[in-house]
Design a protein around this ligand. Structure first.
Ligand SMILES: Cc1cc2nc3c(=O)[nH]c(=O)nc-3n(C[C@H](O)[C@H](O)[C@H](O)COP(=O)(O)OP(=O)(O)OC[C@H]3O[C@@H](n4cnc5c(N)ncnc54)[C@H](O)[C@@H]3O)c2cc1C
Ligand code: SF4
Length: 658
């Protein structure tokens, strides 16, 4: 019996889409070569479909659109046909030509599907083991309870469906979102004696949700839309975000830079009081002490960090081991998929437990859809209560509060406000979005490095920070790099895959202009528009060139700059091919992790959304305490900036309410 039609009806893909995906998987990953099993033998298309089944809405549509779009592009070939109907040789030629096609939709559809297929293939247990990936920490983990074992798990009390369904509760302050901003706000306000309620859309995270689950599964659990969130524009940029109790800090890399003095000074010069470097120093110190911020210890720096240090020192470039929020790090190198030993001091392990100890109540699976207004003042929120199993709406939770704090992050906070047409008098809401776009650069060495062992993000080079280029040695588990760890395909014989243990990689962070724009889409969605400027594209290219020079200085034999027509370079002399190329924004493979600035703070209500203490200019009793308020790019990973600014703003709010 042919079951394809009934499967098509129940699965996330139709029978036709499944055929296109199967054809692409077979073309990219045929049997034989350096990693013998092919995609068909391992049923990679089925694994992708199983992952897609966990998602709803936009990301599924995106994958389906890419499949349709890529299939149609082959009609433009010299032998017009749908891609999936071509024979194997012509499919291969079409794929290879598509990688450097000048027709953006063709190149970007392939690139998006390529990432998904690479992710599913490389994280298949059989392939991971053939690559040599064992997921073991660099420093052996002792038994629980021993000095070298994991600490006792943290049991954060969180209220979730069905314990909450339809209800109205009263609090002094309601905080929307539990990430870097929301958790610090809740802690500050609760310790000041205020009755605080935190509403978080995502699920609660316990260590047992992380240990025993593969990183790829965690990606689909801990990230919004399984990490398949993108900006629309030129080029399309991957912009993953966390969605969990603890927000994006659960999945971030734990890198902790203070805001550079020059940036703070520029914000102070714009008229914002109390943000000059000396005024902010005590706020940073308090956050750092709370989170155990320290440079990556030598024993968990790992080969990726050591390689970058060797190259940077050889060239005399300024840099060092990254400062991170860790206690008892063993170097599992999976920080962006939840820390399996709770070493990374994410919000669900640090600020939220302290807030709860001071009386705060944390609700998960509660998606705020509306700010309640009473005679023009904010008076709390209305939230959908979600079933954690199905994601379906099961009830309505209303919170009646004296002050309402939005900390849903720089994408969802402006969308929430815009949906109700609030905070729009300056016309800046949702504008000025900065994302720190960056490119990954991977290099091959003769000797095996097994660079996934050790801290995932370990060593920085800030030689050109003042020009807006920061490099960070970053090596994710195989197949899970959006940026760092990416390869220009893997060759028909999968040879680059097999060389994975010989690779090192580095990501870049670009201090970009605030050209992005967030708007609400439908009931809960968002549209993120972002067109990279030519100036910022030049910074990305400079980051790739610097990374290549560092890798060659450290002894690399080949570097993959991921630029069209320039798959690999083989010596430091060839780095000029990167610098001298006339690359356009659309030529770059970018990802970004740091949305900021979409409800910026300022001293002037005509050009900012919130005042210098996060109060929405237009709506009394409404505050924004998250990455949205940054007045511009902070040029470094932003969580410390967010936490320190929020601690300062929340202290002011606590004073005014006490
Ligand atoms: C993979 C990755 C790695 C990163 N690495 C680093 C790093 O190493 N160092 C660093 O400094 N920064 C890093 N960042 C960025 C950093 O984590 C963020 O800048 C920071 O967490 C932003 O804090 P926030 O409070 O604005 O938002 P988030 O921490 O994103 O928190 C927002 C929360 O609000 C919730 N929410 C959204 N809408 C609603 C709603 N309607 N109702 C209820 N809840 C809602 C979300 O689910 C989320 O949990 C990384 C980011 C990513 C994606
Ligand atoms: S912080 Fe990262 S490197 Fe350290 S133990 Fe956790 S996952 Fe491993």
């Amino acid at each position: 019996m042919d079951t394809s039609n009934s499967l098509a009806r129940s699965g996330p893909l139709s029978g036709y889409e499944r055929r296109v995906l199967g054809a692409l998987c077979d073309t990219l990953l045929p049997p034989g070569g350096a990693i013998p099993p092919g995609a068909a033998e391992l049923e990679i298309a089925g694994d992708i479909e199983a992952l897609l089944r966990r998602l709803r809405g936009q990301p599924r549509w995106l994958v389906r659109a890419m499949l349709l779009g890529f299939d149609l592009t082959a009609l433009l070939s010299r032998r017009p046909s749908l891609f999936h109907r071509l024979d194997a040789d012509h499919r291969y030629q079409w794929v290879e030509a598509s990688r450097s096609s000048r027709f953006r939709p063709r190149r970007e559809a392939l690139s998006g599907l390529d990432v998904l297929i690479q992710l599913a293939y490389a994280s298949h247990p059989q392939v991971a083991s053939l690559i040599g990936y064992d997921g073991q920490p660099l420093v052996a983990l002792g038994p629980a309870g021993s000095a070298t074992g994991p600490p006792p798990p943290v049991d954060l009390p969180v209220i979730t469906y069905p314990a909450v369904r339809d209800a109205t509760i009263v609090a002094d302050v309601v905080v929307v979102g539990s990430g870097a901003g929301g958790a610090v706000a809740a802690d500050t306000l609760a310790r000041a004696g205020l009755d605080v309620v935190v509403l978080e859309e995502g699920p609660p995270i316990h260590r047992s949700d992380i240990t025993g689950h593969r990183p790829v599964e965690r990606l689909f659990e801990l990230y919004r839309d399984g990490g398949l969130t993108f900006t629309l524009g030129n080029p399309v940029i991957s912009l993953p975000m966390g969605r969990a109790v603890g927000g994006t800090t659960v999945v971030n890399s734990g890198t902790c830079f203070r805001t550079p003095d020059a940036i703070l000074a520029s914000w102070a010069a714009s008229g914002i009081p109390g943000v000059a470097p000396e005024a902010m120093a005590p706020w940073f110190e308090a956050v750092e002490e709370m989170l155990g911020v320290q440079p990556v210890p030598e024993d968990v720096l790992g080969a990726n960090g050591e390689t970058m240090r060797r190259g940077a020192e050889e060239l005399g470039l300024s840099g060092g081991p990254i400062r991170r929020n860790i206690r008892g790090c063993h170097g599992h190198g999976v920080c962006a998929f939840g820390c399996p030993v709770d070493a990374k001091q994410a919000m669900h392990l640090s600020y939220l437990p302290r807030a709860v100890a001071a009386g705060a109540r944390v609700y998960s699976g509660t998606r705020v859809r509306k700010i309640r207004l009473d005679a023009g003042r904010a008076a709390g929120v209305v939230a959908d209560v979600l079933d954690p199993e199905t994601g379906r709406r099961r009830g309505t939770l209303e919170v009646d509060a004296r002050a309402t704090v939005l900390a849903a992050g720089a994408i969802f906070t402006p969308a929430l406000l815009a949906r109700q047409r609030l905070a729009r008098s300056s016309r800046q809401l949702g504008h000025n979005l900065v994302i720190h776009p960056g490119a990954g650069t991977t290099a091959r060495f003769d000797e095996p490095l097994r660079a996934w062992r050790g801290t995932m993000q370990s060593y920085y080079v800030d030689e050109k920070l003042s020009d807006g280029v920061l490099l960070e040695a970053t090596f994710p588990p195989p197949g899970l790099g959006y940026s760092a760890g990416s390869l220009p395909g893997w060759g028909r014989d999968k040879s680059l895959f097999a060389l994975y243990p010989h690779m090192a990689s580095c990501g870049s962070i670009i201090g970009d202009a605030g050209v992005g724009r967030v708007s609400p889409l439908g009931r809960n969605g968002v549209a993120i528009r972002y067109d990279l400027t030519q100036r910022d594209a030049a910074k990305v290219v400079e980051g790739i060139a610097m990374a290549a020079e560092i890798f060659f200085a450290a002894g690399a034999t080949e570097v993959y700059p991921m630029l069209p027509g320039l798959d690999a370079i083989h010596s430091a002399a060839e780095v000029r091919l990167v610098r001298e190329g006339r690359w356009r924004p659309s030529d770059l493979h970018l990802s970004a992790y740091h949305p900021m600035g979409s409800a910026r703070m300022g001293a002037d209500p005509s050009s900012s959304v919130v005042d210098p203490f996060g109060r929405v200019w237009d709506v009394p009793d409404l505050f924004v305490f998250d990455a949205s308020v940054l007045p511009s790019s902070c040029h470094v990973n932003p969580q410390m900036t967010v936490m320190a600014l929020v601690a300062r703003m929340a202290a002011r709010l606590a004073d005014s309410l006490s």
